[in-house]
Design a protein around this ligand. Structure first.
Ligand SMILES: [Zn+2]
Length: 292
């Protein structure tokens, strides 16, 4: 991929909705039952499908194959349900039935290029109108990113959110989005569908232009729906890279989230997983970032 193309696609891919963690059930059945097809992932996990009639065999095959890779490479994230819609109106009907979002806002998200997002309880939603317009490798990377969110939730056992720091369910947005993206890029590079060097160049370029410090991105830095990648994804990506340098990829992918299940407090989980307090890490990170 060319850098500029990459940048353009990135805007479409980065629109992700864990922001809904606090306000949607996500676990119930859609009011729009369509065609349930049960498939098996490695580990005999049933993957449940909610599809509309126009979802092609090839799209299903491609999506299942990619999620099988994600499962094998990133770890088990529990039961998964895929909601795949080819038609915008059906997508909006099913989506607004499950989440506290208006029809108007849902339309705006699709118009802004939303391809896929994850919701609590192992739900991955895909809108084919946008998903099928991006290159194959971008679709794979988007699925790896969303799969990472299902893994975060499964391991943390908490329906965490990134809006209210005072709640015990709080996890910084830069960790949720930055680590999902960073780990998707690392795993995608190992599978050969991501150019890691190019991705990092893009991220460093974006991060050096951003004036927001990492700590601000605990709640800020969400991706905009009409283009643009939120700093939680780019500066957060570097935050997770830095944590990996210090404590290894496993701490970022697993140990922190597992500790969250135990501690029910992100600052304690952070200290346990990375051996440093968030405050000390933020200081170290900004010093390091200034050298980029
Ligand atoms: Zn995300």
């Amino acid at each position: 991929m060319e850098p500029m193309a990459n940048r353009r696609w990135r805007a479409a891919v980065a629109t992700v909705m864990l922001a809904f963690a606090g306000c949607g059930g996500g676990g119930g059945d859609s009011a729009e039952p369509v065609d349930d097809v049960v498939r098996l992932q490695p580990g005999d996990r049933p993957v449940r499908f909610r599809l509309d009639g126009a979802v092609s065999e090839e799209t299903q095959r491609f999506t299942v194959e990619t999620l099988q890779w994600a499962h094998a490479d990133l770890g088990d994230s529990g039961p998964l349900t895929l909601h795949i819609y080819s038609d915008a109106e059906r997508f909006i009907t099913a989506y607004t039935a499950e989440f506290a979002i208006s029809i108007e806002d849902a339309r705006l998200e699709l118009a802004g290029g939303q391809t896929a997002f994850a919701a609590p309880g192992g739900h991955i939603w895909i809108y084919l109108g946008n998903y099928e317009q991006v290159p194959e490798e971008v679709r794979r990377e988007a699925l790896f990113h969303e799969y990472n969110h299902t893994l975060q939730e499964w391991q943390a056992e908490v329906r965490f959110q990134s809006q209210d720091r005072a709640e015990r369910s709080f996890v910084p947005r830069w960790m949720v989005e930055g680590c999902a993206e960073y780990l998707a890029v690392k795993a995608g590079a190992r599978r050969g569908f991501v150019d890691e060097k190019l991705e990092r160049m893009y991220v460093v370029d974006e991060a050096t232009q951003s004036s927001e410090v990492l700590q601000d991105l605990e709640t800020a830095g969400q991706a905009g729906f009409i283009g643009g990648t939120g700093a939680a994804y780019t500066v957060g990506w570097l935050g997770c890279e830095r944590l990996t340098t210090v404590r290894g990829e496993d701490a970022v992918a697993h140990a922190f989230w597992l500790s969250m299940a135990k501690q029910r407090d992100w600052q304690k989980a952070f200290a346990e997983a990375f051996g440093v307090t968030p405050a000390a890490f933020y200081k170290d990170f900004e010093t390091w970032r200034a050298t980029l």
